[in-house]
Write a protein that binds this ligand. Structure first.
Ligand SMILES: C[S@@+](CC[C@H](N)C(=O)[O-])C[C@H]1O[C@@H](n2cnc3c(N)ncnc32)[C@H](O)[C@@H]1O
Length: 272
């Protein structure tokens, strides 16, 4: 049974607003991998657990057709509301039961989502729908070594961020912990001999304090906490924002800090 922690309309709208688009440099590595293993034509890419479509949209220039699939209809409604991507369609469904004929998919991706899938059922489906030499690319980010920088108070900001993670630890589900191992178990279980991993792809960008706090509000563990203690959860966000700004000596939540993030990617190619 699929995990359903991202169902609500409010959660979906927070996703649309605050989730980060994965680095386009990492997307380029995935496309190069597909070119090397399978080569053109790039007809069909499928983005599993696509959420509000941040990663799905990155694939648009590279494929004739892209299908984003998610269990949450609310997430998909948000994804569909982004105009200008005529080669993308979004469909409700699960990674474990894909609506494609055998041997028809060039690339199967999942961004920050594969840790939620039923591993063996997903891999069976991947093996079925991929074309020979078609590829799997499962990416995600790790924020245990996140680096936030602002003037000379980066260490203090990092400590606040880690404190929030520790505070929400009791609300963290097992799959999120699996993601933090860079999908080691899933990687090991991929039956294709041709597989590799990008252990660390560093990405730097600027982000406002309010957006960082908004990102925290998108976490599944934050939502689990909020269901138990709505007021405590609201207060937590207000408190983090205040602590960040106090440390920075800034007053505006629009003040930007540098965020350095580590992504990873599991790559595999189906044998001929
Ligand atoms: C953490 S979000 C990631 C969303 C998006 N890919 C991104 O990069 O921001 C995980 C998504 O996976 C979806 N999901 C969870 N289990 C799933 C499954 N078994 N099949 C398809 N989607 C699933 C959730 O509904 C959610 O939208």
């Amino acid at each position: 049974m699929a995990y359903r922690l991202f169902e609500g309309k409010e959660h979906a709208s927070i996703y649309q607003q605050y989730r980060f688009t994965p680095p386009s440099g990492l997307k380029d590595i995935i496309i190069q991998y597909l070119d090397k293993k399978k080569g053109p034509p790039h007809e069909l890419a499928v983005d599993l657990g696509c959420g509000t479509g941040q990663h799905t949209r990155l694939l648009a220039p590279h494929f004739k057709e892209i299908v984003g699939i998610d269990v949450s209809e609310c997430q998909l409604e948000e994804a569909r509301s982004v105009p200008g991507y005529t080669n993308i369609t979004y469909r409700t469904g699960t990674a474990e039961e894909l609506p494609f004929e055998d041997g028809t998919v060039d690339l199967l991706t999942a961004s920050s989502a594969a840790h939620w899938f039923d591993r063996s059922r997903f891999l069976l489906e991947a093996n079925r729908v991929l074309k020979p030499r078609g590829c799997i690319a499962l990416l995600g980010f790790i924020d245990t070594n996140i680096s936030l920088n602002y003037k000379d108070c980066g260490d203090k900001l990092n400590r606040i961020y880690q404190e929030v993670k520790e505070l929400l630890q009791p609300y963290t589900s097992n799959p999120v912990a699996a993601s933090e191992s860079k999908l080691q178990d899933l990687y090991d279980a991929i039956p294709f001999p041709d597989k590799e991993r990008i252990e660390s792809y560093q990405n730097k960008s600027m982000i406002s304090v309010s957006r960082l706090v908004g990102f925290i509000s998108s976490w599944s563990m934050y939502h689990s906490y909020k269901r138990k203690d709505p007021q405590g959860a609201e207060d937590l966000l207000a408190n983090i924002q205040k602590r960040f700004l106090d440390e920075m000596g800034a007053s505006s939540p629009d003040t930007e800090i540098e965020r350095e993030w580590e992504y990873f990617c599991v790559l595999a190619s189906k044998p001929l």
